[in-house]
Design a protein. Sequence first.
Length: 314
Amino acid sequence: MSRIFEALQRADMDRRKVQENGPEAALGSEITKAVELEEAPAVEDGSLAEAEIDLSKIARHEWAPSAAALPTLADRGAAVEQFRSLRTGIYQRRYETPMKVVLVSSGMPGEGKSFIAANLALSLARNSVNNILLIDGDLRRATLHELLGAPNVPGLSEYILGSAGLMDVMQRRLISKSTEVGGERGLSNLTFIPAGLCGDNSSELVSHKRVEDLISRLAPHFDWIIIDSPPVLAVTDAVDLARAADAVLLVARGASTPFDVAQRAQAAFSNSRILGFVLNAVKDAPRSGSYSYYYGNNQGDGELSTRKGARRQA
Ligand SMILES: Nc1ncnc2c1ncn2[C@@H]1O[C@H](COP(=O)(O)OP(=O)(O)OP(=O)(O)O)[C@@H](O)[C@H]1O
Ligand SMILES: [Mg+2]
């Protein structure tokens, strides 16, 4: 029996416990949100003449990052260490096969995709040699701009629609004496593309070839590109986004994600390279050979661990 299978089964058992014993059995349990599928109008090709990409000319904004949602901003601590382990695991996978663009996804809402995407990007950005791009690919329920305390417009939607160019949608943090302290220095290596405002046609937008164009034009300028996405079992957006990514990192949430949901999420990305599962916010994840993460805040304690393989018979 593979470790990932054991880990996911344990998460499934936790979930059943919560169902039997009530929500107090859950750690940091969250209300999830239904995502609607709607018919969307066709998108025209953008017609803006593109400015040359020059990272030194990216607009800077006053970000107000949330320390609670971004524990990797701290100078040190368990979160910093555990995301460093996750980062190391991903570096190792890059030695095996080159990759730069990682899509973070999961089966259901609320499993921690945005939390993992943002903190992984920051952890990578703490390494000063890295130039990191974080993209909010969840056009339906954009949250990364809230975690960073950054403007959400213009963003990916405006770029795809052709009303903004590449240089318009990228943003970095305005550096001042008060911001350039401690672990927050990771933010200075981070470039962010928010989701923007897309209305109801997100499926149409993310399947547009301009997403792949955007990635291929920006990839030479960054060491890593991390893309957040909506839940893959609710809408097709994440599968479309995965076409522009080199690999997919899946998230499952302890005491919440049913085992079959994790399996179906993995199956949905059958055409992509899957890096493994991050088992997020569980109390007793198996440790041997894993990268584990304990994170405590006022919602309770959580643990995150990553598994290299995701196959039942691995
Ligand atoms: N390990 C963790 N410990 C504590 N809180 C967590 C953890 N992981 C996620 N959360 C919190 O759980 C909530 C849901 O997480 P998040 O928004 O990242 O999920 P999501 O998968 O992106 O959801 P959606 O599919 O709706 O976009 C957020 O409030 C987040 O801060
Ligand atoms: Mg999210």
